[in-house]
Design a protein around this ligand. Structure first.
Ligand SMILES: C[S@@+](CC[C@H](N)C(=O)[O-])C[C@H]1O[C@@H](n2cnc3c(N)ncnc32)[C@H](O)[C@@H]1O
Length: 275
């Protein structure tokens, strides 16, 4: 599959989630499971207070970690949320930067941008803006951002190196990036790796952990460190993606499923743009 085809599929899938808006749970094969968004979010590190602090509909349970918790965001800073979706992390960051700061969310799916903008209006946020755009060609000025956050997005981006180069370009010297994402600890079985359902379900686009960290370093970042790493429950990632990724005649055995589950890690990565 070409990168452009992958993007169309990712846009279609997240467009549907953005349109329906309530929860991703009825949508098979999205980057989340069948559990309610609150349960997913609690499981991946969001507090009740954080979940209650954002407009209803901003948390659709699409993340795979809580990058805001460790990003040490300060008042007055400019934060960029890569792949902001319905805006959950952008709104949390807005609370941290306060009225003198600014948050920019970028997402390539128009329905997600619309939903995030509606959520911003609902919550009367004056310090958050959502811009349509791709991570590989960010609609953001050079050297203009203090902090980049991103939650469960770069695994969906075919050209991860380009996305990290763009992140590097827009960060101010000394700026920091904090990402939650899914990576692989071992290669996936071929029939899963090649499946579209698996791709949009946040599995098959995931890179091997070392390649992912190398892509960040080769974009120019320093002090690249994995701050947290945990096995990620398939229940909370893929919902029916595995079932859909393997046709009925090729269902995986319990052993295969367990091996497959062991292949996926949720990581929090921190990196700095050198001064
Ligand atoms: C799994 S959702 C995560 C949304 C949000 N970060 C959250 O935690 O709620 C992935 C989002 O990334 C966006 N996305 C995927 N690939 C992208 C790309 N190349 N450029 C911009 N946005 C992208 C999708 O449109 C979708 O809204």
């Amino acid at each position: 599959m070409y990168d452009s085809e992958i993007k169309v599929l990712v846009k279609e899938r997240y467009g549907k989630i953005g349109r329906t808006g309530s929860s991703c749970c009825p949508t098979k094969g999205s980057c989340c499971g069948n559990a309610p968004p609150e349960e997913i979010s609690k499981n991946i590190g969001y507090s009740e207070d954080e979940m209650n602090a954002v407009p209803q509909g901003a948390n659709l349970g699409l993340g795979c970690g809580n990058p805001i918790a460790l990003a040490s965001i300060k008042e007055g800073e400019t934060v960029l949320d890569l792949g902001s979706g319905p805006g959950f992390d952008s709104f949390l960051a807005a609370g941290r930067v306060g009225p003198t700061g600014k948050v920019i969310g970028v997402d390539m799916t128009p329905e997600m941008i619309n939903r995030a903008r509606e959520n911003a209006a609902k919550g009367n946020y004056s310090n958050v803006q959502f811009r349509p755009g791709e991570l590989e060609d960010l609609p953001v000025d050079d050297n203009s951002v203090d902090v980049i956050v991103s939650n469960c997005v770069i695994n969906l981006v075919p050209d991860k190196k380009k996305a990290f180069e763009e992140a590097f370009r827009v960060l101010k010297p000394g700026g920091r990036m904090m990402i939650s994402d899914l990576v692989l600890r071992q290669e996936l079985p071929d029939r899963i790796r090649k499946s579209i359902e698996g791709y949009v379900g946040c599995i098959c686009g995931a890179a091997m952990k070392d390649a992912y960290l190398d892509a960040i370093r080769s974009a120019g970042f320093d002090e690249v460190a994995v701050i947290e790493e945990s096995a990620f429950s398939l229940d909370f990632i893929v919902g029916d993606s595995i079932d859909q990724a393997t046709d009925q005649s090729q269902k995986m055995s319990a052993e295969e499923v367990n091996g497959f589950a062991d292949s996926i890690s949720s990581i929090k990565v921190r990196a700095i743009k050198p001064r």
